[in-house]
Ligand binder design. Structure first.
Ligand code: ZN
Ligand code: ZN
Length: 289
């Protein structure tokens, strides 16, 4: 491990258990799981990241997520340190990305701007995309915890009301089986009625359906739309999954993605909303307030 064990001790025993299980079940995901673990360890310093989140910009367009138009000031040094740690775990460019623009990377990741991430990569673009995705997690989860309560009850979009990403999972929660969409970036949950495609808004049941696993487990399924060919994995939950629950469940159900892709369904290539966020690296003293 590349960071002090004291930080790891802060992790919830439940997540430690889940990570160990995930490692056992998919040893090939070791690097990715270690990145997730690093994001969780970093997010444990939640007050540090929360302090950076400004109030939502007034006068945003009605369909814009809460972070749209925000300017977020972060401790540049802390962000660089975190991104370097992630790059080391991922062995990006030999693990020595000293000249990488870490603050720019986090900004591009939050805006889901893959073109910009690829340009920053210089070389290993696919690894940098994974690093970028994880690098944005502490700030995005802090944003959801800080301003997420301002999400309008009237939010009807299929994309995340905080960060603009498409949902990673749909939970059908509790005895009432209400459908809650979950963001795999910031962990926001927002309710949306059944029988409505999250990607294109299709509401005609003739065009909506499910794929269910062929054998064994029957509680999980894949929601599919024949109008836009989009798909979304769905699972029953007792209560809201934490961020790590969303991403680990997503990773543990790759077989469902394969089944959906095999049948011609896909996840949209473009983000739900083209978020505009500016991240500014401050020098020091910011976190000590
Ligand atoms: Zn989100
Ligand atoms: Zn659709």
């Amino acid at each position: 491990m590349l960071w002090p064990t004291a930080r790891l001790r802060r992790l919830d025993p439940e997540v430690t258990k889940r990570l160990a299980l995930a490692r056992q079940n998919s040893p090939e995901s070791e690097t990715w799981l270690t990145l997730v673990e690093a994001a969780l360890a970093e997010s444990a310093d939640v007050s540090r990241w929360r302090a950076a989140i400004p109030a939502p910009v007034e006068g945003r367009p009605a369909r814009a997520p809460l972070l749209h138009g925000a300017e977020i000031a972060v401790d540049g040094r802390a962000v660089r340190r975190f991104v370097r740690r992630l790059a080391g775990i991922a062995a990006l460019n030999g693990g020595a990305p000293d000249r990488l623009d870490a603050v720019g990377l986090v900004e591009a990741a939050i805006c889901q701007d893959d073109t910009r991430i690829d340009a920053l990569a210089g070389g290993d673009a696919s690894t940098l995309r994974v690093v970028a995705q994880i690098a944005a997690v502490p700030l995005l989860t802090a944003a959801a915890q800080t301003i997420g309560a301002s999400v309008s009850a009237a939010w009807w979009e299929g994309y995340c009301p905080v960060c603009g990403a498409w949902p990673t999972l749909a939970e059908f929660r509790g005895l009432e089986r209400k459908r809650w969409l979950r963001c795999g970036r910031c962990a926001t949950a927002w309710e949306m009625s059944w029988l409505r495609c999250v990607f294109c808004g299709e509401a005609d049941h003739e065009h909506l359906g499910y794929l269910a696993p062929e054998a064994g487990e029957t509680s999980r399924k894949v929601e599919v739309c024949d109008t836009c060919k989009g798909y979304l994995k769905a699972e029953p939950t007792v209560s809201a999954l934490p961020w790590w629950g969303v991403v680990l469940d997503d990773a543990a159900t790759v077989a469902l993605d394969v089944a959906a892709l095999d049948r011609g369904y896909h996840r949209p290539e473009r983000p739900g909303f083209a978020l505009e966020v500016r991240i500014v690296g401050r020098r020091s003293g910011f976190w000590t307030a």
